[in-house]
Design a protein around this ligand. Structure first.
Ligand SMILES: [Zn+2]
Length: 304
């Protein structure tokens, strides 16, 4: 009896994390899995990020591969239920690990991996990841870091079947130093990665408030009809407006503080941006963003 219980426990603990991924069609031939707008936790297994797939005549193009091997495998199973096709390419929007730790699975399936220069520079096989520090060993099982097959430095046009995908880095530094957007001109769908957040506060830990605002202007100019952000559920143009409001308030608040000789140690006490306090992750990220914006704006001259 005892050994039976032990065996059952072993089987349960070896079972991979169940992500319950349900694809949602956001435009013709474009589906996404939407994660919850929160931080990485043991409970969500890193499913706090959005990943998508574009169906072409030749196969799927996956945009961001998600937080773990198990996630990518379950996403693949869900894709095959829609239509039985191979995954041809995976395009990673940037080098934050919630967006690409599923790459290893797709690499095994023969997909070509594409991403930004910063992935090439910052992502090394065997390095510890933010994800594995939080999720359980079982959830993270088989997750491996793999190299890209192609780096997109500034711009690249990819045609798969008859579907065109324009991949582009809009500015040097925005959310990170290597953010790619992917545009499908045929149905005006734009994947913006973490250049735009919705339903939660953005994170500027590797980025720039000035660069983020520049990127937002360029995204606006593309005039896309559907905009898929790296986090959050909304996919229409209103996402741009909300992100812009937060970034402008952040920039103006911090600039005012600098002009009034508020020190970097005091700035989070004076710039609170309370109008955004009901947004998800305000508590976790707003002070850090204020601090990072101060470090950037302290030496920034608008006229330069
Ligand atoms: Zn992200």
């Amino acid at each position: 009896m005892k050994s039976m219980i032990a065996l059952c426990l072993t089987i349960v603990s070896l079972e991979a994390f169940e992500y319950h991924l349900v694809p949602k069609e956001v435009a013709k031939g474009v589906h996404c899995f939407f994660g919850t707008p929160e931080e990485i936790t043991k409970e969500n297994g890193g499913n706090m990020v959005n990943t998508c797939f574009v169906t072409t005549k030749e196969g799927f193009v996956v945009i961001d591969s998600g937080p773990t091997y198990a996630y990518a495998k379950q996403a693949y199973t869900a894709m095959q239920k829609i239509v039985n096709l191979p995954v041809k390419y995976v395009i990673d929007t940037h080098d934050h690990d919630d967006h690409w730790l599923g790459n290893g699975f797709y690499h095994q399936k023969g997909a070509l991996l594409m991403g930004s220069r910063t992935y090439e520079q910052n992502v090394q096989a065997g390095m510890p990841t933010r994800m594995e520090k939080v999720v359980t060993k079982e959830t993270y099982a088989k997750t491996k870091i793999v190299k890209l097959d192609k780096v997109v430095a500034s711009e690249y046009n990819l045609t798969v079947g008859t579907t065109q995908l324009q991949i582009k880095q809009l500015v040097d530094t925005a959310h990170t130093k290597g953010d790619l957007v992917i545009y499908l001109p045929e149905n005006k769908v734009l994947f913006v990665g973490d250049l735009v957040f919705n339903d939660r506060i953005t994170s500027l830990r590797d980025g720039s408030v000035i660069g983020s605002l520049k990127a937002i202007e360029m995204i606006e100019a593309l005039n896309a009809e559907t905009i898929i952000t790296g986090h959050g559920y909304t996919t229409d143009k209103t996402v741009i407006k909300h992100q812009k409001e937060y970034l402008l308030a952040l920039k103006e608040g911090v600039q005012d503080a600098i002009d009034n000789d508020v020190s970097i140690n005091e700035v989070t006490k004076t710039v609170k941006l309370e109008q955004f306090k009901d947004m998800n992750l305000y508590k976790e990220l707003n002070s850090r963003n204020v601090f990072e914006a101060y470090r950037e704006l302290e030496f920034y001259d608008e006229d330069e």
